[in-house]
Ligand binder design. Structure first.
Ligand code: PEP
Ligand code: MG
Length: 759
C-alpha cells in the first residue's frame, strides 16, 4: 500500500503513516472537521530506496562525526542529492496523481505537503520539527517534487544529528508524507483547550481575520475569548484592533499581508456560536488525547476546519525539553537577580525581554516576560507569560497588581533584569521571595502541593474580609475565596484595555458602546458576588497610562502624573466621562445589580464629594439606593475626615498605596526609595487610627483596599483600631482571614482576662 486516505487510518497506524498522519486520521474518525487528504506511506519510501538500490550508498554517506559541523553538512548534501536524483516508480507517481486529482474534484487546488517520520522499532518516538513541510503546492509535478523533498528532509543536518544523539539507526527511521487540502481561512486562530499556564478548565480562543499565521506569528493582537469549557459559557471577551491580515495569492499561493477594511478592524472576528462550536471541538480533541491541546483552526465559507493539534507543554511542568534541570539544593544557592516578590509562585521558563510595545507579541505561552515596567497594553502578553520580572516598580505597581490577579508569579524592582537576563535564557523565579535563578528547577510539584494545601475550615470573623479585583475575568476565582464582598474594583484596568480612549468614543458618537463595556465588566463581578457588596471605584488612572491608549495622544504630559490629573479631579473636569460612568451604574441597577456601591478616588476636599453628588442628581442616579463612599488616600482627607463625614458617606476605605506615598513623600513606583516606602510608618498609622475612631463614632464603615490590606501585620493593627472590613488580594484572602480571626480572639480573650482581674 503506497498511498492511503487519511480517513482510512487511525492512531494505531503510526508505523504506516507516522505520528502526524495517524493523529490526523484519528481526528477525522472522531468526527473532527480536518481538511481531507492522503498519505504517501512509509512503505512507499522504503520501496523507493530498494527499487533504486540506493540504501547502501545513502547510509554510508551518513557515517560521519556529527559533532563536526562540516562533516555533518557534507553528509546532508550527499544524502539529499541521492534521494532527489533517484526516480519514483511509475506506479507510485500514478497513485499520487490519482489521489491528488480526486482531492481536487475538478479545479487544481493548493495542498500542504508535510513530513511525518516514524521509527520501525519505536513507532511512538517523536521526530517532530526535524523534517520539512511545504505549503501551497499546486499541480501534479510540483506535488511529486514536494514529496521527494520531504523524503530528502529526513537527511537534513538537524535530523541526522538528533538521530545519532538519540541512538536511532538511520536505516530504521522511515518517513511518510501527508498531502492535505489547504484551507483559505477567512478567519483563523488557535484554541487552548485548557488554560495554557494553570491548566484550569478554561478554554481560550484567539482569532483574527485571514490566515492563521497572523495569530500564530503574533503579528496581530487577536480577539480573545475565555470560555468555561464545562458549561460552554463565554466568561470574558476582548475584541482587539486587527489592522492586518494574511491572505493567500490565488495565483502563486504566496502569503501576502493586507490591511483589514476599516469597518472590520474593531468588530469581533467570531460570532458567539462560532466561539462555542470551536470550544466544543477543543473539548473533543482534549478528550481524545487525554491532555490539554493547542489547536490551530480556520473558518472559510462558514465551515470550521481543525488544522493541527499539539499537546500544551507549559502547564505546571516548566520546560519539557530542558535536560539541565537543577536540583532544589543547587538552584536555591545562587540567585542571579533579586527584586521585590510581588506575586507568589515558583516557575521556570524562557526569558523574553520586551523593550518596545511591538515586541510584546513575541512573548509566547510559558515565557517569562522581562521588561522595564508593564503597561495596560501589555496585559495580553502578560496573560501568555508564565511569570513577569520588571526593572522598576513596587508592590503596588501595574505589573504587581495584574500578575496577582492573573495568578502569575511576579518580581518587580530588580533594577537590572533587562540587563542581567538575556533572551532565550532559561530561568526559575520565586515570586514570593523575589529571587531569580539560572536554569530550570525540579521542585515544581512539591511547591504546588504545598500551595494547594486545603484550608480545612473558614473562620467566621466579625471584621469582614473582602477581596480586591482589577480584571473582571478573575471574578469567579475571587468569589471562590469566600471573601465577604469586593472592597475595591478598579475599573480603569477595564477601560485601559478598550480599543480606544473614552474621549474617542465620545467624539465618534459611540458612547453607548463605552457604557456597555463598563456594564459588562462590572456586572461580571457583581453577579459573581451577589448579594455581597461590590465597591466599584470610579476611574483612577494617571495621564501617562491614558496616553498609551489609541486616541489618547492628547493627554497632557505631566512632570509628575502621580500628583497630577487623576482620580476624582479628572472626572470633575471632564464631566461627559463621569456621566457615562454614572449611566453604567444606572443600567446596572436596572439589571438587578443592587449590590454595587460607588467609591470615589483621591478625595482631598469635601467639596469634591458635594460636586459629585450634584452631578449624580443631574443624571438621575439615586444615591440613596446604593452604598456611597470615598477612598482615604490623601493626608488631607484623613485630617478633615469629620468634614467628609458631614457630606454624607456610607464608608471610607484606606488606599494605603497612595496614602503612604503622599504622607511620606515617597514615590510608590520608584525602586530607589522603595526601602523607605512603609505603610506601617507611625504617621500613616496615626492617620488611619484617627479616621477609624472618627468614623466609628459617626457610624461610617471603614476599610482598607491598598496593598497593605494583604499584610497580616497591618491587618492586626487595623483590627485592633476597630476597622469594619479589610480587603486583600485574591491570593492573600485566606491567610488574612486567619489573621483577623486570631486577632479578634486575642482581643476577646484579653477582654475576658481583664474582666476576671477586675472581679
Ligand atoms: C491605593 O492607593 O492604595 C489604592 C488601592 O489605589 P491604587 O493602588 O489603584 O492607586
Ligand atoms: Mg490609590
Amino acid at each position: 500500500m503506497d498511498t492511503v486516505w487519511l480517513k482510512d487510518i487511525g492512531k494505531e497506524d503510526i508505523s504506516i503513516v507516522g505520528g502526524k498522519g495517524a493523529n490526523l486520521g484519528e481526528m477525522i474518525n472522531n468526527g473532527l472537521p480536518v481538511p481531507s487528504g492522503f498519505a504517501v506511506t512509509a512503505q512507499a519510501f522504503r520501496n523507493f530506496l530498494v527499487d533504486n538500490k540506493i540504501e547502501e550508498e545513502l547510509f554510508d554517506a551518513l557515517k560521519v562525526n556529527v559533532d563536526d559541523d562540516s562533516e555533518l553538512r557534507e553528509a546532508e548534501k550527499k544524502a539529499k542529492q541521492i534521494i532527489l536524483e533517484a526516480k519514483m516508480s511509475e506506479e507510485l507517481v500514478k497513485e499520487i496523481k490519482r489521489k491528488y486529482k480526486d482531492l481536487c474534484e475538478g479545479e487544481k487546488i493548493f495542498v500542504a505537503v508535510r513530513s511525518s517520520a516514524t521509527a520501525e522499532d519505536l513507532p511512538t518516538a517523536s521526530f517532530a520539527g526535524q523534517q520539512e513541510t511545504f505549503l501551497n503546492i499546486k499541480g501534479e509535478d510540483n506535488l511529486l517534487d514536494a514529496v521527494k523533498k520531504c523524503w530528502a528532509s529526513l537527511y537534513g543536518a538537524r535530523a541526522i544529528f538528533y538521530r545519532v544523539k538519540g541512538g536511532f539507526e538511520h536505516s530504521k527511521v522511515n518517513i511518510a508524507v501527508i498531502v492535505q487540502k489547504m484551507v483559505d481561512s477567512e478567519k483563523a486562530g488557535v484554541i487552548f483547550t485548557s488554560h495554557p499556564t494553570t491548566g484550569e478548565p478554561l478554554a481560550i480562543v484567539e482569532s483574527a481575520w485571514g490566515l492563521g499565521e497572523a495569530v500564530v506569528s503574533g503579528t496581530v493582537s487577536p480577539d480573545n475569548f475565555v470560555v468555561d469549557r464545562k458549561n460552554l459559557k463565554i466568561l470574558d471577551e476582548k475584541i482587539n484592533e486587527k489592522a492586518k491580515m494574511f491572505v493567500k495569492d490565488p495565483k502563486t499561493g504566496d502569503t501576502k499581508i493586507f490591511k483589514v477594511p476599516e469597518e472590520k478592524r474593531n468588530i469581533s472576528s467570531l460570532a458567539e456560536e462560532e466561539v462555542i462550536e470551536l470550544v466544543r471541538y477543543g473539548n473533543k480533541i482534549e478528550d481524545l488525547y487525554k491532555s490539554p491541546q493547542d489547536v490551530e483552526w480556520g473558518i472559510t465559507g462558514g465551515k470550521i476546519y481543525i488544522l493541527q493539534s499539539r499537546a500544551i507543554t507549559t502547564i505546571n511542568k516548566g520546560l519539557k525539553d530542558q535536560t539541565t534541570k537543577k536540583k532544589e539544593a543547587e538552584w536555591r544557592e545562587e540567585p542571579i537577580l533579586r527584586g521585590t516578590g510581588a506575586s507568589p509562585g515558583v516557575v521556570s521558563g524562557r526569558v523574553k525581554i520586551v523593550k518596545k510595545l511591538d515586541g510584546m507579541n513575541e512573548v509566547k505561552e510559558g515565557d517569562i516576560m522581562v521588561t522595564k515596567m508593564t503597561s495596560p497594553d501589555m496585559v495580553p502578553a502578560m496573560r501568555r507569560a508564565a511569570g513577569i520580572v520588571t526593572n522598576e516598580g513596587g508592590l503596588t505597581c501595574h505589573a504587581a497588581i495584574v500578575s496577582r490577579e492573573l495568578g502569575a508569579p511576579c518580581i518587580v524592582g530588580t533594577k537590572e533584569a533587562t540587563k542581567v537576563l538575556r533572551d532565550g535564557m532559561v530561568i526559575t523565579m520565586d515570586g514570593k521571595k523575589g529571587l531569580v535563578y539560572e536554569g530550570e528547577m525540579e521542585k515544581k510539584e512539591v511547591e504546588e502541593e504545598e500551595n494547594a494545601a486545603p484550608h480545612l475550615y473558614k473562620p467566621i470573623t466579625a471584621t469582614e474580609v473582602k477581596v480586591n479585583i482589577s480584571m473582571p475575568e478573575v471574578a469567579e476565582r475571587a468569589a471562590k475565596t469566600g471573601a465577604d464582598g469586593v472592597g475595591l474594583l478598579r475599573i480603569e484596568h477595564l477601560v485601559l484595555r478598550l480599543p480606544m480612549h473614552p474621549q474617542k468614543y465620545i467624539e465618534d458618537g459611540r458612547e453607548d458602546e463605552y457604557v456597555k463595556e463598563l456594564v459588562k465588566g462590572i456586572k461580571k463581578v457583581a453577579d459573581a458576588f451577589y448579594p455581597k457588596s461590590v465597591w466599584v471605584r470610579t476611574i483612577d488612572a494617571p495621564t501617562d497610562e491614558f496616553r498609551s491608549m489609541p486616541g489618547g495622544e492628547d493627554e497632557p504630559i505631566e512632570a509628575n502624573p502621580m500628583l497630577g490629573w487623576r482620580g476624582i479631579r479628572r472626572d470633575l473636569t471632564i464631566k461627559e466621562h463621569f456621566k457615562l460612568e454614572m449611566e453604567a451604574f444606572k443600567r446596572l441597577f436596572k439589571l438587578g445589580c443592587d449590590n454595587v456601591g460607588i467609591m470615589l478616588p483621591l478625595i482631598q476636599h469635601p467639596n469634591e464629594i458635594k460636586m459629585v453628588k450634584e452631578m449624580m442628581k443631574e443624571v438621575d442616579l439615586d444615591i440613596e439606593k446604593m452604598e456611597y463612599g470615598i477612598m482615604v488616600e490623601t493626608p488631607a482627607s484623613a485630617l478633615i475626615i469629620d468634614d467628609i463625614i458631614e457630606e454624607g458617606v456610607d464608608f471610607v476605605s484606606f488606599g494605603t498605596n497612595d496614602l503612604t506615598q503622599y504622607t511620606l513623600a515617597v514615590d510608590r513606583n520608584n525602586e530607589n526609595v522603595s526601602e523607605i516606602f512603609d505603610e506601617m510608618h507611625p504617621a500613616v498609622l496615626k492617620l488611619m487610627k484617627y479616621v477609624i475612631e472618627r468614623c466609628n463614632e459617626a457610624g461610617v464603615k471603614t476599610s482598607i483596599c491598598g496593598q497593605a490590606g494583604s499584610d497580616p501585620k497591618m491587618v492586626e493593627k487595623l483590627v485592633e483600631y476597630g476597622i469594619s472590613s479589610v480587603s486583600s488580594n485574591i491570593d492573600a484572602v485566606s491567610a488574612i482571614r486567619e489573621t483577623v480571626a486570631r486577632k479578634e480572639m486575642q482581643m476577646m480573650l484579653g477582654y475576658m482576662r481583664n474582666n476576671k482581674k477586675n472581679r
